[in-house]
Design a protein around this ligand. Structure first.
Ligand code: AMP
Length: 214
């Protein structure tokens, strides 16, 4: 199994770029944020435990995240190419991912660091809208849907995430700088990091990532 990682601050465009890459490559998309929101919607034990962390913009504990990711990988018998979006988010998660993949004959082969300024991140997150039915990403100004409040792809209702408020966004950015940013050096040391300017329009960033996947 070949694993590719999209790394970047909240609002760097991980989910949006993942959708574009998924449409053009065989990579299967795994978003830990989407999995957690699904668990909360379904009222599972995991969802109940994760809910308060997500509301505050804090990270959900590593053991819950790793259990969830490998349970899903094993259940879906993912054998080919997987793309992680929003995972790993701590050095411990990165180590456990390396271990878990190597037990399954897999490896992280490339990590794309999506780089944007703090101003752009805040502008993107406060305007972000998501389809309740299919999870597609929109932005009220940058990527507006054809009909306001309605998903272009499936006709589902668009909503604003509960953690996309200005107060929670500030905490999420601090959490990123403290707990996730050290992954840049970790993957750089392993020779896997590729930096991508993610302030460009979506299609150009997707094209750059797909091109560099080879
Ligand atoms: P995201 O959709 O990736 O922005 O994630 C939304 C929230 O889910 C984050 O602010 C965290 O509370 C939680 N979360 C998602 N992925 C992880 C992860 N890999 N480790 C810890 N918490 C996570």
């Amino acid at each position: 199994m070949r694993a590719m990682i999209l790394l970047g601050a909240p609002g760097a465009g991980k989910g949006t770029i993942a959708e574009g890459v998924k449409a053009q490559t065989p990579y299967q998309h795994f978003s830990t944020g989407d999995m957690l929101r699904e668990a909360i919607r379904n009222g599972t034990e995991l969802g109940k435990r994760a809910d308060e962390y997500i509301r505050r913009g804090d990270l959900v504990p590593d053991d819950l995240i790793l259990g969830m990711v490998f349970e899903r990988l094993d259940r879906e018998k993912s054998e080919q190419a997987v793309m992680f979006d929003g995972f790993p988010r701590t050095i411990e998660q990165a180590r456990l991912l390396d271990d878990g993949l190597s037990k399954r004959g897999g490896v992280v082969h490339v990590v794309f660091l999506l780089e944007v300024t703090r101003e752009l991140v805040i502008q993107r997150l406060t305007g972000r809208r998501i389809c309740r039915a299919c999870g597609a990403n929109y932005h009220v100004v940058n990527i507006p849907p054809k009909r306001e409040g309605i998903c272009d792809l499936c006709g589902g209702e668009l909503y604003q995430r509960a953690d996309d408020t200005e107060e929670t966004i500030v905490n999420r950015l601090n959490v990123f700088n403290r707990q996730t940013a050290p992954l840049v050096a970790y993957y750089e040391k392993h020779g896997k990091l590729v930096r991508v300017d993610s302030s460009k329009p979506r299609d150009r960033t997707v094209a750059e990532v797909v091109g560099k996947l080879g």
